[in-house]
Design a protein around this ligand. Structure first.
Ligand code: MLT
Length: 407
């Protein structure tokens, strides 16, 4: 008899953003004349940078001729892209990461979800609350948690991120082996200083723990005192894996390209307490289960690092950050407590009550989609998240509608 992985039965019925999409579609069917403004999921709305489009076209032309056609590429990514990343994202910040420590992939969602696979199932792991649901759900699937009770899974150490903690997690009170951190944070938009991040690196070194650091939103940092990479912290190479993405940086949400950095001196331990290289294990997993991102997409991503590409990306980021500033200003003016929007495209707003109620009210009365904070954890119950990924005109329009609806 074929049997299922019963850990899947512990999951909530559907993935957060799928639930929201279903509710929005139902509303649209009932109200076909409402022009809905979507500020829920953080999905890019601006076109790919011109430099990326030109590189994409040129690479497609290469694929169209036998002489320049490419079949399977290296699973870890083409050297041309890995070298550009190491040079620009790391060496440019005096961070020591070599190209062969960079693994190109089709998304940070997959990488943050998949990485736990190379770790033991009986480890103790900690996540911030609120949290990007992928970190939690993939560990539920792997069997690292108990059942879901009162909004939380058993056997997870939840690190509460509230107004009191400035939306930054405190070190855990009980020992943990694996820690997920995301800065600039999804969903709250909060940031972490180098000094606070150093406390986590020290904790991981002292406890032989591992940090999975999601830096998908680093390109939105405006305050240059903030770390773009966990490797800006001394000792992090030994205890941290970093995830980055071109999705939000350069509009690759539909094109798909991201990367994971696994330093060669980052280890975990086998049951005998012997060190094992995470780089070697991830390389083994990646080359077995993944066949690389397509050549034209990698050429397109490489173009982000050209002179023109850098300027175009900066312009796109500034555009979204102008939206973020507008949302933040308007929410402040409405007297709502907010965080984020200054070094991040997300604004985390006090809902003044239940987050799904405000979600429904904004959808019904303003035709605006937000993300209810409850979908990110119990500490999000009283918050909503607005995303700055939209046109400036739509954001202006949404702010006017929200102000009217909330009056
Ligand atoms: C979000 O809105 O939180 C993100 O777009 C989700 C994702 O990147 O998968």
């Amino acid at each position: 008899m074929i049997k299922i992985n019963e850990h899947f039965l512990k999951l909530q019925t559907s993935y957060l953003f799928s639930t929201i999409a279903r509710r929005v579609n139902e509303f649209q069917q009932q109200h076909p004349d409402t022009e809905i403004i979507k500020m829920g999921i953080g999905d890019a709305t601006r076109a790919l940078p011109a430099a990326c489009v030109a590189a994409f076209h040129a690479a497609v032309d290469e694929m169209a001729a036998d002489a320049t056609f490419r079949g399977y590429g290296p699973e870890q990514g083409y050297p041309f892209l890995r070298e550009k990343i190491a040079e620009n994202d790391y060496h440019g910040r005096n961070v020591d990461i070599s190209p062969d420590e960079i693994f190109i992939s089709d998304g940070a969602k997959c990488d943050t979800g998949n990485f736990q696979e190379i770790l033991a199932t009986d480890i103790v792991f900690a996540v911030p609350d609120p949290v990007y649901p992928v970190y939690v759900d993939t560990n539920v699937m792997a069997g690292r948690t108990g059942s879901f009770e009162n909004g939380r899974y058993q056997n997870i150490v939840y690190l509460e991120c509230t107004k009191k903690t400035h939306f930054i997690p405190d070190l855990p009170e009980t020992p943990v082996d694996l820690i997920y951190l995301c800065f600039p944070n999804n969903p709250t938009g909060a940031t972490i200083s180098k000094a606070d991040l150093a406390k986590w690196v020290d904790y991981a070194r002292e406890n032989r723990a591992l940090i999975l650091f999601d830096a998908a939103y680093e390109a939105f940092i405006k305050d240059e005192t903030l770390p773009h990479s966990i490797y800006e912290i001394d000792g992090a190479r030994e205890v941290a894996v970093e995830f980055r993405s071109f999705s939000k940086t350069a509009g690759f949400t539909g094109t798909r390209c991201a990367f994971t950095v696994v330093p060669k001196d980052c280890n975990a331990y086998d049951s005998m307490g012997n060190r094992q290289s995470l780089h070697a294990l991830w390389n083994r997993r990646h080359s077995t289960k993944f066949n690389g991102v397509s050549y034209p997409v990698q050429r397109s991503a490489e173009a982000i690092y050209s002179h023109a590409g850098k300027q175009q990306v900066a312009e796109i980021i500034d555009y979204y950050m102008k939206n973020a500033a507008l949302i933040r200003r308007e929410m402040d003016a409405l007297g709502r407590d907010c965080v984020g929007g200054e070094n991040s495209p997300y604004i985390w707003i006090d809902a003044g009550g239940d987050s799904w109620s405000l979600f429904d009210s904004l959808l019904n009365n303003a035709g605006v989609v937000c993300t209810p904070g409850a979908g990110f954890g119990t500490c999000g119950n009283q918050y909503i998240r607005l995303s700055a990924f939209n046109s400036y005109e739509n954001v202006q329009n949404a702010m006017t509608r929200i102000k009217t609806a909330l009056k």
